[in-house]
Design a protein around this ligand. Sequence first.
Ligand code: 13P
Length: 255
Amino acid sequence: MRRKFVAGNWKMNTTRQVGVDLAKGLAAALGTGDLGVDVAVCPPFPYLEAVKSAVAGSAITVGAQNCYFEKPGAFTGEVAAPMLVDIGCTWVILGHSERRAILGETDAVIAKKTATALSAGLKVILCVGEQLSERQANQTEAVLNTQMSGSLAGITAEQMANIVIAYEPVWAIGTGVTATNEQAQAAHAYLRGWLAKHYNPQVAEVMRIQYGGSVKASNADGLLSQPDVDGALVGGASLKVDDFVPIVQAARKSK
Ligand code: 13P
């Protein structure tokens, strides 16, 4: 039985105060006991420590939205994976479509970041997903295959225990257009099959695959009850307590 995992990707949003208030609000709403699901928040780098303190005592963990693949050294402006561990991060999001499209990250770069993050002791939320034109051209599975092979190059079956895959169709991100339950399930089933083929059935069986793309309270129940949807990576709806908590509750309820 895979434990559901809901993560909030705050992207380049909030101020320090707004982020701390949001984190405190989530911690208060979700309480101190075992939630029955994993919950993480991923604020911008400058607010990681403040948010980490704000959720102290709750079961909420904290993640970053990126890291660099080199060891600490002369890389102006970059953040090394061990630095994130040092300030108490559990997770790092890698391969987000905004970084692929806007910052030009390739699968090869993402693979290097994944390996570095894992060896530093971070857990990785690895994002994959097709663009609208690729879906329309029936290339969704081909794109996912390329991204999975490229972004996981050199990662062993043992290391996969510290990875979560996030399926984020690019056309559903920030658009208000969500994949239907069936579209999400089909892509997740493809990804799980890919893992069985390229790793082994055990890796596929235990791997958590989150869905991301316009997840909100009103569609979370349907998405999270799909057999291969093991959680959500939430953007816009992770920025308000009243929007995010119902998604966590939907994950708790779903079987
Ligand atoms: P939205 O939930 O705002 O569509 O963003 C999804 C996303 O990109 C999460 O990483």
